[in-house]
Design a protein around this ligand. Structure first.
Ligand SMILES: *Cc1c(COP(=O)(O)O)cnc(C)c1O
Length: 423
């Protein structure tokens, strides 16, 4: 059935049979019982669906995976221990030593670090592009070893919005997998598969959980990339000896997700815990309502800040003069989410004084949950970046990142007002 997204939020991922619990039980078990040897053997050979060990799959995790896959309109999903483990796993699924990734530079600090520092130690290099760069300049970064193009729908924390159709055209031209991190938009505000992305990744620690309760990540396979015969991906087109010669490109569907689970979940153990899957599943119940309120509150705060004499600049795609306003209207017509950033007039000391004067809005590394919080990235999440890298990532030194929660907007604005009055 083709339900709308707000319906999927509350009904997706889990349908109980008669007499079963209405919401998914937390299946807190490492292992599963089988009567016959053959039953177990078929699971190991990927001939049958089922559970045998929670490092590979678990029913509670599957309920969460199902809900997110339905919300995104994908064919399969994998619940991971964190957003970072999800991004690592997806890179490992397509890349080997000597391969390259072409990535937007406007991405989360942790992803930037993984691509620029850690993966090169394993012989995987990333070339970065500014999302505003011309298509020709982006194409120049591609070589025959390029295994994925990576972007963020709404970049954390620069709030740049990706032009999906342009990136998808490049990926298609070269037969490269297009992967998008949809964490800050969520499938409520944007569905990247509808715009040509092939794999979507989330830090579910943010809006999907929504309550700052459970760390997690999720990879969604759009099922719209055929690896069969694509010379760029020999690892999908040659037999996997660790799975009795299975050729992933021969699978009718979920080629990416199957390889990711069979090889990378098995070898890394970076699966989401059943407890966190339960909390994340539950969080998604209210996702549609929350994203509407986050977007409304943030647009209101952005409009207020923009008029304030002590504020230098404000970035939120809801503002008509924002560089990404037109892209936001096209890709996120229902709202642009709760994240905004702004610069205070004055120096770093004024910024600190402002932040410390806030009473309702708290200083946190976290973003994108129900409570409003604020952060100075240059001194925290992005402190490992050089001055040049900060500029490339769209994070000037005076940038303050505000994650607008779902409190009453009047209380949020009053808190900002009284803190600005102190500087
Ligand atoms: C937080 C975040 C991540 C990393 O996720 P964790 O769950 O913290 O590991 C990745 N991408 C984006 C856009 C994020 O905001």
């Amino acid at each position: 059935m083709n339900y709308k997204r707000d319906t999927i939020c509350v009904q997706g991922g889990y349908r109980p049979k008669s007499g079963e619990s209405r919401i998914p039980p937390i299946v807190q078990s490492t292992t599963f019982f089988y009567e016959s040897t053959q039953g177990m053997a078929d699971l190991f050979d990927l001939k049958a669906d089922g559970y045998f060990y929670t490092r590979l799959a678990n029913p509670t995790v599957a309920a969460f995976e199902g809900k997110v896959a339905e919300l995104e309109g994908g064919v399969a999903a994998l619940g991971c221990a964190s957003g970072m483990s999800a991004i690592l796993l997806l890179a490992m699924t397509v890349c080997e030593e000597g391969d390259t990734i072409v990535s937007s530079s406007a991405i989360y600090g942790g992803s930037f670090n993984l691509f620029s520092v850690t993966l090169p130690k394993f012989g995987i290099k990333t070339r970065f592009f500014d999302p505003d760069a011309s298509s020709e300049d982006i194409e120049k970064l591609i070589d025959d070893k390029t295994k994925m193009i990576f972007t963020e729908t709404v970049a954390n924390p620069s709030i740049k919005i990706i032009d999906f159709e342009r990136i998808a055209a490049i990926a298609k031209k070269y037969g490269i997998l297009f992967v998008d991190d949809n964490t800050l938009a969520t499938p409520i505000l944007c569905r990247p598969f509808e715009w040509g992305a092939n794999v979507v990744v989330h830090s579910s620690s943010k809006y999907l959980d929504g309550h700052a309760a459970a760390l997690g990540g999720v990879i969604v396979d759009g099922g719209n990339f055929n690896f069969k015969g694509n010379k760029r991906y020999p690892s999908f087109n040659t037999p996997d000896e660790s799975y009795h010669g299975l050729v992933y490109a021969d699978l009718p569907s979920a080629q990416f997700a199957t390889k990711c689970r069979a090889q990378m979940m098995r070898d890394t153990g970076a699966i989401m815990s059943p407890q966190n899957a339960f909390l994340s599943w539950l969080g998604c119940d209210t996702l549609a309502l929350r994203m509407e309120r986050h977007s409304y509150n943030a647009a209101k705060a952005a409009a207020y800040l923009e008029k304030h004499p002590k504020i230098d600049w404000v970035l939120h795609a809801s503002l008509p003069n924002n560089k990404y306003h037109a892209l936001a209207k096209k890709y996120m017509p229902q709202g642009t989410g709760g994240m905004l950033s702004f610069g205070i007039k004055g120096d770093v000391k004024d910024a600190a004084k402002f932040m410390e004067s806030l009473q309702l809005i708290t200083q946190e590394t976290h973003v994108a949950d129900v409570r409003s919080c604020i952060l100075h990235p240059a001194s925290t999440t992005h402190r490992q970046l050089s001055k040049e890298e900060l500029v490339a990532a769209g994070v000037p030194e005076n940038l303050i990142r505000l994650s607008v929660g779902i409190e009453n907007p009047d209380d949020i604005l009053a808190d900002i007002e009284q803190a600005l009055a102190k500087i």
